[in-house]
Design a protein. Structure first.
Length: 510
């Protein structure tokens, strides 16, 4: 008998049907993947299971008995817990205080916190969670905060844990640790629903999976008996190219260069040290590295958001000791920032306005301070058609769009200026396979037309697929720059870990 069974679940939001007649069963002691593109209805379905939403039709069964789940409290009473993509923790409280706060019912006295801390140590030891109850949450890494959310549910006796896009902000090592934790949970008799759109993660941890598309179930599989290509086809409704066929172009003149670029924080901490780079026409220079090794600071300095402590930048033949964002754009620079929702767009503004964020004061969109709404709408509709941004109209706010369509909007805005150089930071983070394919195609089209791209990504497959040259970044320095033909994941992994890997062509002893 399934631990959880959903029968005919339908959920509508006005004219939009988010879930349509969904039936799925989750077995006890399994990791069940819930796969689909952004906007396929995965999170809506799980919010129904967790009591945050109520279905319009259908029923929920736990251990074969129909249940009504009107709130998260009801769900937890039935042994169902959910770890959301955005954590619900108090940053300036300790791990133990956050767990105790989630329990409710008692004051946060010293003795109570002590009891909770002891139980956290037991759970951490039993499931390999590696938590210190005394750590203050804001001083911990993202992976640690996620473990705190898991402990909050285990403390309350959850037997079914729903993980909503659990790797969205994790580094590679943090994901490896999480996958080990999930396996330890299943070994102890728990069940896990793993919401994702990343096929590599699914194959690394899930037993079975259900694929949603446009709010409906389109496939169910035993993961070991299917392929990534088949699941991608089910997700998108067509064949998807999961690997880019790399074609080289003869590079042209250098468009963006830096010499001796360094950045030191006011507290004396070195963020960048002696960065020398050049990005040429018809070329993609990839920056590979574990997240947090200076990539964000490099983008901020190169785009004029921060002033370097030393060195210089050459852009379009102009030399800058200190670059402003206006000078970066005016010299032919464009940027796709790593956080599209906070630094790439204004989420509460309409799509049409976001497509014009850098050109409001320019004709034909504005005259004497008065916006020309007809011209703005025409401009937006042209970019929506060209970049296949899926939306009801240009007037919808960015919050209503999926992550993939938000990223298409950022790309459309930046590339519509026909820039000389594009800095793309984590351009496919959080995107599904269909959106990733679209982003790759746009980047390669831009490069082939003569554009220069500086690509920063923590995804090694992405770097190897797109880049012509690769610079490995470790602790704010370039460890080595190599041609993509001389690179593979093993070599890049060694360099990213700070090891001195042999040069290409060097014989290996033994």
């Amino acid at each position: 008998m399934p631990l959880l069974r959903l029968v005919g679940i339908t959920k509508r939001f006005g004219a939009l049907t988010a879930n349509s007649d969904i039936t799925v069963a989750i077995s006890r002691g399994e990791i069940h993947g819930l796969l689909g593109e952004n906007g396929a209805g995965k999170t809506t379905l799980m919010n129904i299971v967790y009591g945050l939403l109520q279905p319009d039709e259908g029923r929920i069964e736990i251990d074969g008995k129909p249940v009504t789940i009107k709130s998260p409290r009801d769900a937890l009473a039935l042994g169902v817990g959910m770890v959301h993509q955005h954590f619900m923790l108090v940053p300036d409280m300790t791990v133990a205080e956050n767990v105790a706060l989630a329990l409710g019912g008692r004051r946060l006295s010293r003795s109570h916190i002590g009891e909770v801390a002891e139980r956290i140590r037991e759970l951490s030891s039993g499931y390999g969670l590696e938590l210190d109850p005394a750590d203050v949450v804001e001083n911990t890494a993202v992976g640690v905060r996620q473990r705190v959310e898991i402990v909050k549910l285990l403390y309350r006796g959850a037997g079914l844990l729903i993980m909503d896009e659990p790797t969205a902000a994790l580094t590679g090592p943090e994901w490896q640790h999480l996958s080990a934790v999930l396996r330890s949970l299943v070994a102890a008799g728990k069940s896990v629903i793993f919401i994702t759109h990343k096929l590599d993660e699914l194959f690394g941890v899930a037993d079975r999976c259900t694929v949603l598309r446009d709010g409906s179930v389109v496939g169910e599989s035993v993961v070991a008996e299917t392929t990534k290509s088949e699941l991608a086809r089910q997700m998108v409704g067509r064949d998807v190219s999961l690997r880019v066929k790399h074609t080289r172009r003869a590079p042209g003149a250098a468009v963006l260069e830096s010499r001796g670029l360094s950045l030191v924080d006011p507290d004396g901490r070195e963020r960048l040290t002696q960065i020398d780079l050049n990005v040429r026409e018809h070329e993609i220079l990839g920056i590979a590295g574990v997240d947090g090794n200076g990539q964000r600071e490099l983008v901020e300095v190169l785009t004029g958001m921060r002033e370097p402590s030393a060195g210089e930048i050459l852009l379009g033949g102009r030399r800058f000791q200190k670059l402003t964002p206006q000078e970066y754009k005016g010299s032919g620079g464009a940027v796709v920032p790593e956080d599209r929702q906070h630094t790439g767009t204004v989420m509460t503004m309409p799509l049409a306005d976001n497509l014009l964020l850098k050109d409001f004061a320019s004709p034909p969109f504005s005259r004497r301070g008065v916006l020309n709404r007809a011209a703005i709408t025409d401009h937006a509709q042209a970019l929506i058609a060209e970049y296949d941004i899926r939306c009801p109209s240009p007037a919808v706010t960015m919050t209503t769009l999926s992550g993939g369509n938000q990223q298409k909007a950022v790309l459309a805005r930046e590339l519509s200026h026909h820039p000389r150089v594009l800095i793309a930071a984590q351009p496919t983070r959080g995107l599904d396979v269909g959106a990733i394919e679209a982003v790759y195609r746009r980047l390669l089209e831009y490069r082939d037309a003569g554009g220069a791209i500086l690509l920063l990504s923590i995804e090694l497959d992405e770097i190897l697929s797109l880049a012509d040259r690769i610079a490995v970044m470790v602790a704010g320095r370039f460890k080595r720059t190599i041609d993509v033909d001389d690179a593979d994941t093993q070599l890049l992994g060694l360099l990213m870990a700070g090891e001195d890997a042999p040069q290409p062509g060097t014989p290996v002893a033994g």
